[in-house]
Design a protein. Structure first.
Length: 517
């Protein structure tokens, strides 16, 4: 798929002459005269008005900050403008805050979102930015907006999509009553091709023939919708449902995703990993030491009832041949349930077959699993022991684990179900993130150490081999990891893609978002 080779659209970032905005700021006491209104008041009203009018480019509704009544008063002349300036200052300040830290406190949303709202700049810090941008309201907006690659890509997508909603750019399509496949002609195909061309797919002819380019575009859409491509467009199929979503609903989808990116650091690290949980893809970018490395491959993420979290973290250690300690949810809902379906005499064989062990809580004593009354366990609190799987090629974590710092037992790892990466529906895990190419990542992260690829291949367990210990390697330079559930994306191939909101996260975001366009 073209998506695999795609990276984010990169746009030159504005530079601000003070410490990075990603730090958590607290409002500090200053001179009595230095408050936010005083700081903002140096900006001309007309400049504030013009900057607010372009707020839509950041997925913000200008009407929220510059109302029709304000526009009417502005047009009445100088005295009205002087009277309305304090209110305009407050509204513009609110726009800057919403743009910089988000209009929604993410901590009030679903538990899989592991963020709290960032603090906005102090009045003194805001004054420094205003000075550095030459007291230009529009440059101030751009300086405080996120500059991370996903946000910039979404901004470019919105710039294409939103104006098209009120013009001829967004072509409505009509669902065909017959199966469309290569070589078929149908009146619905011309409009279909126009829509595909608008989204960025390479379409060479706008006739009524369902040709190879149309097949390729439809296959790509099917893959992004997590269904197996079959080269055809079916009357009651999911792709037609996808095409029937309105232009403004797609705009709102992008708005929700832009809001999510405001929770993250304004600038990403020069070396980072991003997991798009909705599209189930891994992207690593490394701009350190003059490099421009971009790597992408598939992931398997949490299923809807066990969502992978939206969060910021970092990889601090690589563990070859990891033990797998069964987490509480999997323990109760999966393992105990399986064991309860066995006869008592089958339990010991079940543990031996899967290389499982039972240990007390401090791992000082191993317990015979056949001595445990599994049928009396109804909650994780009923068990005072752990199930642990010994290192082996078919360990649930595979042969390598990438350890993060979070406290909720989410990490990245290999898998014993490697065949699942070939299928489009990959929201299958219990919350952790499985990687299609874990050894490639381990090799890259351990460059410059003795752990080169031949060493790694020699260390990891071979099929049928069961080991007694793991091999941890601490990273000298931890790498930033950003996991985010983005259902819209525009990549370097210039194709605007969407996927279904299977987690239901967009609905939660938009329910609290006040600035829908």
């Amino acid at each position: 798929m073209g998506f695999l080779r795609s990276c984010f659209v990169l746009v030159a970032a504005f530079t601000v002459l003070f410490s990075p905005l990603t730090h958590a700021f607290e409002k500090r006491p200053g001179p009595p005269s230095l408050d936010y209104n005083t700081v903002i008041d140096v900006l001309p009203l007309a400049d504030i008005r013009a900057a607010i009018a372009k707020a839509w480019t950041h997925g913000m509704n200008p009407k929220l900050y510059w109302t029709d009544e304000m526009e009417s008063n502005f047009n009445k002349g100088d005295s009205w403008q002087r009277a309305m300036k304090p209110q305009a200052n407050q509204n513009f300040l609110q726009l800057l805050k919403d743009l910089s830290v988000g209009g929604i406190d993410p901590a009030t949303l679903t538990p899989d979102i592991k963020f709290t709202r960032k603090n906005f700049l102090s009045a003194k810090q805001l004054q420094a930015v205003i000075v550095s941008t030459g007291q230009k309201a529009d440059l101030l907006v751009e300086s405080l907006a996120p500059q991370n690659p996903p946000y910039i890509a979404l901004k470019a997508a919105l710039a294409r999509l939103y104006p098209a909603c009120t013009s001829n750019g967004w072509v409505n399509v009509t669902r065909s009553k017959k199966v469309l496949k290569e070589g078929v002609r149908d009146g619905a195909v011309t409009a279909l091709k126009k829509r595909l061309m608008f989204l960025g797919y390479p379409i060479g002819s706008l006739d009524d023939l369902f040709d190879q380019q149309t097949v390729a575009a439809v296959n790509d859409i099917e893959w992004n919708l997590h269904i197996t491509p079959d080269g055809a467009l079916h009357p009651a199929g999911k792709v037609w449902d996808f095409l029937m979503v309105s232009c403004m609903d797609r705009v709102h989808q992008i708005q929700a995703d832009m809001e999510k990116m405001r929770w993250f650091p304004q600038y990403f690290a020069d070396r980072f990993i991003m997991i798009n949980l909705a599209f189930t893809y891994f992207i690593m970018m490394d701009k350190t030491n003059g490099q421009n490395v971009v790597t992408s491959f598939r992931t398997i993420n949490g299923r809807p009832d066990r969502k992978s979290p939206t969060m910021k973290d970092e990889i601090v250690r690589v563990i070859f041949n990891p033990f797998w300690i069964v987490p509480p949810t999997v323990f109760l809902l999966d393992k105990v349930k399986e064991i309860k379906g066995l006869q008592q005499w089958q339990i010991r064989d079940y543990f031996a077959q899967h290389n499982y062990e039972v240990w007390n809580h401090n791992f000082t004593r191993q317990i015979d699993p056949q001595t445990i009354n599994w049928w009396a366990i109804h909650s994780a609190a009923d068990a005072n022991f752990f199930i642990r799987q010994r290192p082996n090629y078919m360990n649930a974590l595979g042969v390598v684990k990438f350890e993060l710092t979070n406290s909720f037992s989410v990490y990245m790892h290999d898998t014993n179900q490697r065949e699942l990466f070939a299928q489009p529906m990959r929201l299958l895990s219990s919350g952790c993130i499985r990687l299609e190419k874990p050894l490639d990542l381990a090799e890259y992260l351990l460059q410059g150490t003795t752990c080169d690829r031949p060493t790694i291949e020699n260390v990891i367990a071979k099929p049928g081999e069961v080991l007694a210990k793991d091999t941890p390697v601490n990273l000298k330079n931890p790498i930033a990891v950003y996991t985010v559930y983005l259902t819209s994306q525009m990549s370097s191939d210039n194709i605007l893609r969407f996927t279904d909101d299977i987690y239901g996260q967009n609905a939660d975001v938009l329910s609290g978002f006040q600035g829908a366009l």
